[in-house]
Design a protein around this ligand. Structure first.
Ligand code: MG
Length: 268
């Protein structure tokens, strides 16, 4: 079992994520910061030996690599290769080379169907272990997800948990502006799924929701903030894509450090 997650762990991960993206000069930082607490919670608190994980929102690969680094499965030298030529740590999860990455993702709407297949194959083989899938909210635009909802319910995939990074934004606007699916919880329940709604930056709440008994497939709708922890990024659609300038990087680091030094600040 991994060690329990602390507030210091989350701060260290957030700072290292900012550094890695700044040094590589790449964007997708906003969605990485909304997903980071969830990825850390899934891997440090929830996953057991033999479980499988699929990052459906592949553009948050950076947050996954930082999570694996925090677990000791990637080294500091690995992170320095992020987004460089010949790296294993590409901007989206690679098709091979990392034991913790089962599928290349990034083209959206595929992680949930793949996770359904993994969950069903485990059951058919009599294998223990849960399948965890982290999705974005924008990728619910993809019709493949709705087919997967039907399939998972029909197959009674009680060994599948989907967590949705519900930050309310996607590449070209708010999720409500692009294709309004609110209330998503109602729609998923109508498909026969067990649905929990939590604050995605509250580690204890996510853990409690994931551990509640559920007979069928479970979805945890985790409300998050795009750009979480950095004032000029929070809730701003442009930080889906923008890279950091040196000045903004320094400001972001100052803010994350200051929040960590504030006793009343919440974890993450
Ligand atoms: Mg989103």
């Amino acid at each position: 079992m991994p060690n329990r997650l602390t507030r210091d762990d989350l701060t260290r991960a957030r700072l290292r994520l900012l550094q890695m993206h700044f040094e590589a000069g790449v964007g997708h930082i906003g969605g990485n910061l909304s997903a980071l607490d969830l990825l850390m919670t899934i891997h440090h608190e929830l996953m057991q030996e033999g479980d499988a994980f699929v990052l459906s929102k592949g553009h948050s690969a950076g947050a996954l690599y930082i999570t694996l680094w925090a677990l000791g499965r990637l080294a500091e030298d690995d992170l320095k290769t992020f987004h460089r030529d010949d790296t294993l740590l590409a901007a989206h999860p690679p098709p091979a080379g990392l034991a913790d990455v089962l599928f290349a993702t990034g083209s959206l709407g595929h992680g949930l169907p793949l996770s359904c297949g993994l969950a069903l194959s485990r059951r058919l083989r009599g294998e223990a272990g849960r399948v965890w899938c982290l999705m974005s909210d924008g990728e619910w635009n993809e019709g493949s997800n709705w087919e997967a909802l039907i399939f998972a319910r029909q197959q009674g995939l009680g060994n599948l948990t989907v967590i949705v990074d519900l930050n309310g934004l996607q590449g070209f606007g708010t999720t409500a502006e692009v294709a309004d699916l609110r209330p998503l919880a109602t729609k998923l329940r109508d498909f026969g799924w067990d649905v929990e709604e939590v604050d995605g930056h509250d580690v204890a709440a996510v853990v409690a929701a994931a551990r509640r008994d559920s007979a069928g497939p479970r979805a945890i709708l985790a409300s998050t903030t795009k750009g979480r922890g950095v004032s000029f990024m929070e809730g701003k659609v442009e930080w889906h894509y923008l890279p950091l300038t040196p000045e903004l990087y320094e400001q972001a680091v100052r803010e994350v450090r200051a929040a960590a030094d504030t006793p009343s600040a919440t974890a993450g």
